[in-house]
Design a protein around this ligand. Structure first.
Ligand code: SF4
Length: 245
């Protein structure tokens, strides 16, 4: 049985009021290694334009990206603009996405957000968080993903993986996703911020998994301060090109 280690105390950086168990040098090193491991990280939700990205991210709440992609391939082939989505109608949208959790409500939102885009934004996806979160079914996380993936903004959309990692590693602990987002934005070095969101998601999805983190293949194992960490690897290993999953 793995001994349970005490969770490391977090420290506050007086100037920025940041809580983290890591020094700035350690944080820099964590993201440097992620950047070597995945130089061009990509989101895994399939989309063909900003509108289909908004729809895909809205559909992904409490669903896997793979499950959403399976449903949206056919949906986006039939409707890749707000106008076509409205023409399709709620009932047909429901049929396309019925394999996704909460599909009834999500179909309603897809039609409602399409109507709003047509009525208020000329059929275009707005480019500010304030405008995006006024769309039905679009919360702060969805807006951040859209701003990052569609418009190239450096944002931190905190999903279940990022929330878990931030707290497990005591990297940016917080009780809410907003708190974790705020902490991460403060601690992640500016030059790594654009990709940090995807690095953390992919690390959580494929390595630092919820039930059983795969510490033996983790590129930051020797720096990690998680109580759940099971072993460490020589730092030199991280210089090797690592596989994506
Ligand atoms: S060492 Fe283990 S707990 Fe720490 S980040 Fe890596 S996988 Fe997660």
């Amino acid at each position: 049985m793995t001994a349970v280690k005490a969770r490391p105390a977090t420290v506050s950086r007086a100037k920025t009021k940041v809580k983290t168990a890591y020094s700035q040098a350690e944080i820099e090193e964590i993201f440097r290694r992620f950047s070597i491991q995945r130089p061009e990280p990509k989101g895994e939700l399939e989309h063909v334009n900003p509108f289909t990205l908004v729809v895909a991210v809205a559909l992904s709440a409490q669903a896997t990206d793979a499950g959403v992609n399976k449903a949206t391939r056919a949906l986006f082939a039939a409707a890749d603009t707000p106008e076509k989505m409205v023409a399709l109608g709620e009932e047909t949208v429901r049929e396309y996405i019925k394999t996704i959790g909460l599909y009834r409500n999500k179909a309603k939102n897809v039609i409602a957000l399409s109507e709003k885009l047509i009525a208020e934004y000329g059929g275009e996806v707005p480019r500010t968080r304030e405008e995006l979160i006024t769309l039905p079914g679009v919360g702060r996380k969805t807006a951040n993903v859209v701003l990052s993936m569609a418009f190239g903004h450096a944002t931190m959309a905190v999903d279940t993986h990022i929330f878990r990692i931030a707290n497990r590693l005591c990297l940016a602990p917080g009780k809410t996703t907003d708190e974790v987002e705020d902490q991460l934005i403060r601690i992640v070095p500016d030059h790594y911020l654009y990709h940090a969101h995807h690095w953390l998601i992919l690390h959580g999805r494929y390595c630092c998994k919820a039930r059983k983190p795969e510490c033996q293949r983790c590129v930051i194992a020797d720096i990690c301060k998680a109580a759940e960490k099971t072993n460490e690897i020589p730092a030199a290993l991280v210089e090797l090109p690592a596989q994506i999953i």
